[in-house]
Each structure stands twice: as C-alpha cells, then as structure tokens.
Design a protein around this ligand. Structure first.
Ligand SMILES: Cc1cc2nc3c(=O)[nH]c(=O)nc-3n(C[C@H](O)[C@H](O)[C@H](O)COP(=O)(O)OP(=O)(O)OC[C@H]3O[C@@H](n4cnc5c(N)ncnc54)[C@H](O)[C@@H]3O)c2cc1C
Length: 413
C-alpha cells in the first residue's frame, strides 16, 4: 500500500477561495497555515482592487475604541459579528499588520492606519506570505456556480469552464458597490438559485442629493464643510463633509447615511440639520452677531465675528436664513435645515448593505443549506460606518470562515 493511501495518514484537503479581497485572503491564510491546499479564484486581472482603492484616501484598517463600543457600530448585526470580531479583534488585526512589517498608528479620531497610509505595501507583504504558504492564485477566473455533482464551475479568461472538486469552499465575492473593482453582487443569483435568502443591496456610506441652486453648484462644488455637526433622528455626528455638485459626500454624512437612506426610502426625503458652529452656543453666537456692524457687509460681519467661511455663508443664503434677527440667525446657524432628496447610486457607495441573511449561516459562517461552503466579508448582510469597521469585519469574518472550514476539514479527514 502506498504512503498516500494509508488510512492513518491524513489526506491533504483542497480548499477553494472565491474572491481575492481582504475577506478571501484572510480565509486563505488561515487554511494554508493549517496545511490545506488553497486556491484563490479571482475574476479580475489582479487581487484586492477595492482594498487598494480603500488605501487611496488613507487605509483606515480598524479603530482603537473599546471593543464594546466598537461592536455597537454594527447595529442590529452586532450579535452576528461579535464572536468573529472577538476572535480576530482590532488588537489582533494591528498585531497581524505589524507581523507583516506594517507598523500602525492611531489618528486623532481614534482611527487606526498603517504608517505608510497606503494599502499597497501591506498587500504586497501579505501576498508574499501567502505565496510562501503555497497558496495558488488563479486570476481572471470567474466563479459561475455549481454543477449537478456539486463541483465548482469556474470560467477562465478563454471562456473555458473548469469543474473543481473542493473539500471546502470559501465564498468571499464582496458586496455590490464599485463594480468596476470586481465586486458587482452578480453572484447573488447563484445563491438564490440554491434557495439561500438574500437581502436586497442598498448603498451604505454613500452621498445624498440636494437641490442646490445653480450659484452654489457653480461656486462651491468641492468645498469642504469643516468641523460641523450633522444631526438626524437625535443622533449628532461631528466631522467634515463635502459639498458636491449633486449634494453632499464625506465622512460625517457617511456616518449618518444608514438612517438617512432608510428615511428617504420610507418618506421620499430626509431633513438633516447642520450645526455650523458646534463649539459655540447659540447665545455666544447671538452676542457676537449683535455687535454693531456699521457699514460692514453682512458677509464680512459673519466672517469677522464668527470666522465663517464663504461656503457656510452661501449655505445660509441657500436656506433663507433670517439675517435681520441675530437671535434667529444664531439658531439657524446651530440647526441649518437641509432637505436631502435622494440617495446616490450604489456604484459609488463606499460599501453596501444587504447580501446573505445571517439566518442562512451557522456559527462557523457555513451555509446551512450547503455544507462545506463558507461565506465571509461584505457578501453578508451587515453594514457599518467608515472608521475601520468595514475592513475589521471583512477580515474577522474571513478569519472565522477560515477557522470554520478548518474544523469542517478536520471532521472530514
Ligand atoms: C473608495 C473606498 C474606500 C474605502 N475605504 C475604506 C477604509 O478606509 N476602511 C475600511 O474599513 N473600509 C474601506 N472601504 C471598504 C472596504 O474596502 C471593503 O469593505 C472591503 O474591501 C470588502 O472586502 P471583501 O473581501 O468582502 O470584498 P472585496 O474587497 O470587494 O473583494 C471581493 C473580490 O471578489 C471578486 N469576485 C466577485 N465576484 C466574483 C466571481 N464570480 N468569481 C471570482 N471572483 C469574484 C472581486 O473581483 C473582488 O476582488 C472602502 C471602499 C471604497 C470603495
């Protein structure tokens, strides 16, 4: 009897990872470290394009706040993600980055970034490690579903369909925003055909439409609103956002975007209040505005007395502020009403809500209907604001799905 056939020698198992973003790469690393033969199938000509895009504006990899507060960022899905994020925590993610030679730092807002700020050095080091672990990568290989025998159907760049026997499969095909980077959500129909319940895709961390005047569009598109507070449904978020030709974009609005999106879906519009001077009370503002202005123009008065930039003055005009009454004007500056009329398309949203319902998964992120098939990352129905929560959840679920697949393979040995 040959060595490989001896019943006491465990057979090396084949694991297929579909999708080479951060969730898939993390699952691949876990499985390869445990000795599985791992192949990543990625439809694009290179891996992790969205991860690289995330690094363009500074790769916010996780957040330094206490874990209990961190987990609250996942809203209703906290309970479904807590165990995975506890097992691969923000601290573990930071240690993992540093093992790959990428030191991190905590920014003033508590957000964590690699010192290089970019994703590319981290990705390069990660792919070197995966290569050293023997992980195979098949680029331009598009997953098309399963055949009747349960084999994976993967189409290569020449249109040839390969049938792949995998002992365990990780699905990590991402959400449905920025389709040009690879994750287009088209896999949804493959899982629906298998009876898997999915929630509809919706933009998350997205911009909103505002009916700006032509004057505002022509003169202020691209202007930042710095250190403002956005108030919606009694939730107050301080930060920065940007006036765009069509409406509003940027960090502070993204943090409010889930509630605003839901309100617009329900009511057709949402009324956002902007506090242009969050560090000053209405009384202090009114006192400063009451100072005699003589022949000074109103704009200069606002600029001198309140250090108000031109974009904020333009917003006051845009919203018919009561300029003649300092007390009322102060109140308006503290709660400038802005009607949001629509949600920007999912294509340009930072992330997407919707995807595979958690009720379809067991505690190891395995599809209950498809034993041996695990899911991770933005494919799953959770959402979170920007701040490092997206990558943390993608990597933690990749870690959990990888561990789940390892346990599954152990059982199958
Ligand atoms: C502009 C921008 C900035 C961002 N900045 C941050 C940030 O600073 N911090 C943060 O936490 N998050 C950020 N994000 C979000 C973060 O990048 C994503 O949440 C994360 O990349 C999702 O990881 P994933 O592995 O689940 O999916 P993805 O990264 O989308 O990877 C999925 C992969 O699967 C492949 N695939 C899809 N279908 C198939 C198929 N049928 N066959 C084979 N392969 C397939 C895709 O090509 C893709 O490579 C940002 C996103 C954007 C767009």
């Amino acid at each position: 009897m040959g060595k490989a056939e001896r019943p006491d020698v465990p057979k090396i198992k084949n694991a297929a990872v579909i999708g080479g973003g951060p969730a898939g790469l993390m699952a691949a690393e876990m499985l390869a470290r445990d000795g599985a033969h791992v192949t990543i199938y990625e439809r694009m000509p290179s891996l992790a394009r969205k991860f690289l895009m995330a690094g363009r504006g500074g790769l916010n990899i996780t957040h330094s706040e206490p874990l209990a507060r961190f987990l609250k960022r996942y809203g209703d899905e906290e309970g479904h993600l807590a165990a995975a994020i506890d097992a691969f925590s923000p601290a573990a993610l930071i240690a993992w980055c540093e093992e790959l030679g990428q030191e991190t730092f905590v920014g003033s807002s508590g957000r964590v970034f690699p010192k290089s700020m970019k994703a590319s050095p981290l990705l390069r080091a990660w792919l070197r490690r995966l290569n050293g672990q023997g992980v195979q990568v098949k680029l331009r290989h598009h997953f098309r579903g399963w055949d009747e025998a349960g084999r994976l159907l993967v189409e290569d760049a020449d249109g040839e369909l390969h049938k792949i026997d995998a002992d365990a499969t990780i699905l990590a095909m991402g959400g449905a925003s920025w389709a040009r980077l690879g994750s287009d959500g088209a896999w949804s129909s493959l899982l629906r055909a298998k009876g898997v319940a999915l929630l509809p895709w919706r933009p998350a961390n997205c911009g909103f439409d505002v009916a700006w005047s032509q004057h505002l569009r022509d003169n202020f598109a691209g202007s930042p609103l710095k250190n403002v507070a956005l108030v919606f449904n009694d939730v107050r978020v301080t930060g920065e956002c940007t006036i765009s030709g069509y409406g509003l974009e940027g960090g502070a609005i993204y943090t409010q975007s889930a509630a605003l999106r839901d309100a617009i879906d329900r009511d057709g519009e949402a009324l956002l209040m902007i506090d242009l001077k969050p560090d000053m009370s209405a009384d202090v503002l009114a006192q400063r505005l009451e100072a005699p202005r003589g022949k000074t123009s109103l704009s200069n008065h606002l600029r001198k007395r309140l250090a108000m930039p031109a974009i904020e003055i333009a917003l006051l005009r845009e919203t018919d502020a009561p300029f003649d009454d300092p007390r009322k004007l102060a109140a308006h500056i503290k709660a400038l009403p802005l009607r949001l009329l629509g949600v920007r398309p999912i294509e340009r949203a930072i992330s997407s809500a919707g995807g595979i319902a958690f009720s379809e998964l067991d505690e190891n992120f395995m599809l209950k209907r498809m034993p041996g098939v695990f899911c991770a990352g933005e494919m799953l129905d959770w959402e979170a604001p920007t701040g490092g929560y997206l990558l943390q959840a993608c990597m933690a679920t990749g870690f959990a799905a990888g561990q789940g697949a390892i346990a599954w393979l152990e059982g199958a040995r």
